[in-house]
Design a protein around this ligand. Structure first.
Ligand code: FUB
Ligand code: ZN
Length: 629
């Protein structure tokens, strides 16, 4: 078995980090669903992203800032630079995986070199860098902290630069980002950004450079926030989480992406400082998030107007916002919490979000996107979009997919944990010595996961496997014999002196199942959803023989699964039974003292497809939650 050289990813914890788990660098994805989506990301999304950035004016705007182009600033949003930064980060993670063919690598590296040169030229001598404020509002630096996104852009630049140095060893972009960070530290005073993001980024800068001042600045921003010092403006202080200090807040509020990036920063600062008040806050807010403000898909954000969380249990399907960026931010937060605490529930949410509310954000073809990810759509819509005027989501998808191998496994002093099940090769250096294993699986489509030990040491170590919360039945075997150990808090731990050739097989039974909503979710009363394994299913109108809105699920009829290699790039469908409802519509006004009488007609087959695949065959009606009466 070949052991690939370690590659470096996000969240490279500092040596004194307060982490129960540490990330595993030596992970290489070799097959399966994520492999396919990452290949499309590399072959289509990232190159196409460059074209879109050129077309949208992102490079032009920076050339204006550098004084090497003429014309008007493109777009009215102040944060266009961040789209380029996320794309640069994606290229860095992609290149660090070492899987790009030589000619394509040369093309990508050329684009990156040009972008780094452009950013270097655009940066002011004092370190300031944000094309919008340099070109459009040159006298207003750090004045509009609410909407200006100056620190948000700096955060994405820093993350790109850290990825770049980890991937290439080159420090040119890191030098630009460090000058930006230092300029902000000089100029910002007691201020902070209306859109969190720089906090998590500064901790990464600290990890990459070892310079304490970056960690201190991240903590300074956490301390400053929460005293209503930003203008309340039209959405109130809760919108930017400035109504309460994060250490005392007990509910997630406001703009979902802002809240989740902030929480990723909180977890990061905890990881590097060990301040327990921050961990307590992160755990408390995570609990509020999952108890009453998360969609079944892991999606976050119930309001379109302010891209924000609703009240507790306000989770309407059709107008769910569930922005793709919010799912990504949630995955980033979950990873940090998993490392900080070692608790399996964070890996459970990470999985749910990854395979549902995140993957739905990009088309199978890799060049069309959903910005919002509703759980219900009416006839005719929505269609996936090539790029957006506010294009935060597409390059965010690219950077997450390009770094996905770093979201699968972790290590502690005793051994290796697989918290996600993805075919691949995993190598790590333990105190006991270097070890390596290979995972063969077609998860999440199928239940069987096989793990082969390819390298071990004379000393015992622990292989830990997550038994997901959804898996009510599982079987584990070691070299063909049932494993005696039982899972504890979601982890099945097998400690022994492992030999090369040892094989573990884990079967996570995946019968299709019906899921009921919390009774407080008004919008879902009387409905059920179909799930199988970690996948949420939906029904799309084009698979049904009748109008979607007139199909009533029969909850007592069996669910059957079917392998469909021909459908949507290869998928597993679930078939349920529905009755066709006909309505005796005798009155023109749909309300009255008694319900409009309806009749349930013949039984028909209802075909459900994985939610993340919906909207790949043109716009049309779709439902996750199915009425049962
Ligand atoms: O404000 C920057 C990004 O634009 C946010 O994260 C998204 O929600 C979108 O509003
Ligand atoms: Zn977005």
């Amino acid at each position: 078995m070949s052991v690939h050289p370690p590659t470096s990813g996000p969240v490279q914890l500092g040596p004194g980090a307060h982490a129960v788990l540490r990330p595993v660098d030596g992970a290489v994805i070799t097959g399966g669903l994520l492999y396919e989506r990452r290949r499309t990301n590399a072959d289509v999304s990232i190159p196409d992203g460059h074209t879109r950035l050129v077309e949208a004016g992102n490079f032009h705007n920076l050339r204006l800032a550098a004084g090497t182009a003429d014309g008007a600033y493109r777009n009215t949003l102040p944060f266009l630079d961040s789209d380029l930064y996320k794309w640069l980060e994606a290229v860095a993670w992609l290149r660090s995986a070492g899987t790009v063919p030589a000619a394509e690598a040369t093309r990508l590296d050329g684009w990156v070199d040009d972008a780094v040169a452009l950013l270097t030229a655009a940066q002011q001598p004092d370190g300031y860098l944000q094309s919008y404020f340099q070109v459009v509002r040159p006298d207003e630096h750090f004045i509009d902290l609410e909407w200006g996104h100056e620190l948000y852009c700096a955060g994405h630049l820093i993350q790109a630069a850290v990825a770049h140095v980890r991937a290439t060893g080159r420090t040119d972009l890191l030098a630009v980002a460090t000058r930006v960070a230092d300029h902000i530290a000089d100029r910002i005073g007691p201020g902070f950004c209306g859109h969190p993001e720089i906090e998590t980024a500064l901790v990464e800068l600290y990890r990459a450079t070892g310079a304490d001042r970056h960690l201190a600045l991240a903590r300074q921003f956490l301390d400053a926030r929460g005293h209503r010092s930003l203008r309340a403006d039209r959405f109130g202080s809760e919108y930017w989480q400035d109504h309460l200090p994060v250490r005392t807040a007990d509910a997630v509020t406001g703009h979902a992406v802002r809240q989740l990036y902030l929480l990723a920063g909180v977890a990061d600062v905890y990881l590097e400082t060990g301040e327990t008040a921050l961990l307590d806050a992160a755990e408390r807010l995570w609990t509020d998030l999952v108890t009453s403000k998360t969609y079944l898909t892991g999606g976050l954000g119930a309001h379109h107007t302010d891209e924000a969380f609703g009240e507790a249990y306000e989770l309407p399907s059709e107008r769910a916002y569930a922005e793709t960026c919010a799912a990504i931010a949630s995955i980033q937060f979950s990873l940090r919490m998993l490392l900080a605490t070692g608790r399996a529930k964070y890996a459970d949410l990470l999985e749910r979000t990854l395979y549902n509310g995140f993957l739905s954000g990009v088309s199978l073809s890799g060049d069309h996107y959903f910005y919002a990810n509703p759980l219900r759509a009416g006839d005719g819509g929505p269609a996936r979009t090539r790029w957006f005027t506010c294009a935060c989501c597409p390059p965010n998808v690219m950077r997450l997919l390009a770094s996905a191998q770093h979201y699968l496994a972790a290590q502690d002093e005793n051994g290796l944990l697989l918290h996600q099940f993805v075919a691949g090769e995993y190598a790590v250096s333990l105190a006991a010595g270097p070890i390596a294993l290979r995972v063969e699986t077609d998860y999440p489509w199928h239940e069987e996961i096989n793990i082969h030990i390819g390298q071990s040491t004379d000393r015992p170590w622990t292989l830990t496997l997550r038994v997901p919360a959804w898996a009510t039945e599982y079987r584990a075997h070691l070299n063909g014999e049932p494993v005696a150990e039982q899972p504890v808090d979601g982890w099945l731990r097998i400690n022994r002196r492992w030999s090369v050739g040892d094989a573990v097989r884990l079967d996570l039974a995946m019968p299709a199942r019906l899921t009921a909503p919390h009774p407080r979710v008004d919008a879902l009363r009387g409905s059920l959803a179909i799930e199988r394994g970690p996948l949420v299913y939906c029904v799309e109108a084009l698979d049904q023989p009748h109008t979607l809105d007139d199909l009533v699920l029969d909850p007592d009829a069996p669910l059957t699964t079917g392998n469909r290699p021909d459908l949507l790039g290869g998928s597993v469908t679930v078939t349920a039974t529905a009755r066709v409802r006909t309505t005796e519509q005798e009155r023109w006004w749909p309300y009255g003292p008694t319900p409009v009488s309806t009749v349930l007609g013949k039984a028909v087959r209802l075909t459900a497809v994985p939610y993340h695949l919906w909207g790949n065959r043109g716009p049309g009606a779709m439902r996750v939650w199915l009425p049962t009466s």
